[in-house]
Design a protein around this ligand. Sequence first.
Ligand code: C5P
Length: 249
Amino acid sequence: MKNISNKAAIDKLIFALDADNYKDALSWVELLSGHVGMFKVGKELFTAVGPKIVESIKERDQRVFLDLKFHDIPNTVARAAESAVRLNVDMFNVHASGGGQMIKEAVSAAWACADKLDRTRPILLAVTVLTSLNNTDLAEIGFSKNTDEMVLRLAKLAQTAGASGVVASARDIVLLRENLGGKFIIVAPGIRSANATIKDDQKRTLSAYDAINTGADYIVVGRPIRTAKDPLKACHEIVQEISAGLAGK
Ligand code: C5P
């Protein structure tokens, strides 16, 4: 068994900061700073309160994943990527279905902007197929491939275009790790503790242990911490599962 530091495990835990106002979001940041590796700011919170929540998290020396899933013409996404870098986020994402050119321009604009500002380049992820879509939904849009084929195709497209990694459903981790090599970053949401009792809308879930053990680099966890009676305890339990997953690799 490898000896895994607590810090290495904490770094892999991304907390989904799914609040609809600044005050609630900030109280979660204050509670969980140092206990999670990153705070994920998504469309609900960012649309409600804007960049100040990102600035407040960064002022506390915490890391931010800006989950806005950019999808637009290449020039617009490139400019949005620069704005994300200027906000000093550590991770952000685009939709791979925006195409190779869009991803390439986002990557080169983000890297150039980070280099100019003398900042660490952020991790740029691509979203493949939303887990809310099934084969019937893809056919309805006009795609002839099934979800597994589309996930792999879009992940390879993103890798070729220079993205750092993908957001992948827990179910796809093994397939992607086998096909994309060890260095491509995999971020997995839909994580539930091995002994979870909560039931919600996440259908294809995986435990933190299994996600890390089968090849995820980061896991995204929201409700299992947010709705727990003791959120800090829930957070520490997930970190323990991550440690065990890393040690068992
Ligand atoms: O752990 P919980 O289900 O609350 O986490 C949900 C978070 O993960 C949300 O912020 C959601 O947007 C994100 N997410 C997801 N499934 C995906 C991609 C992202 O639940 N396939």
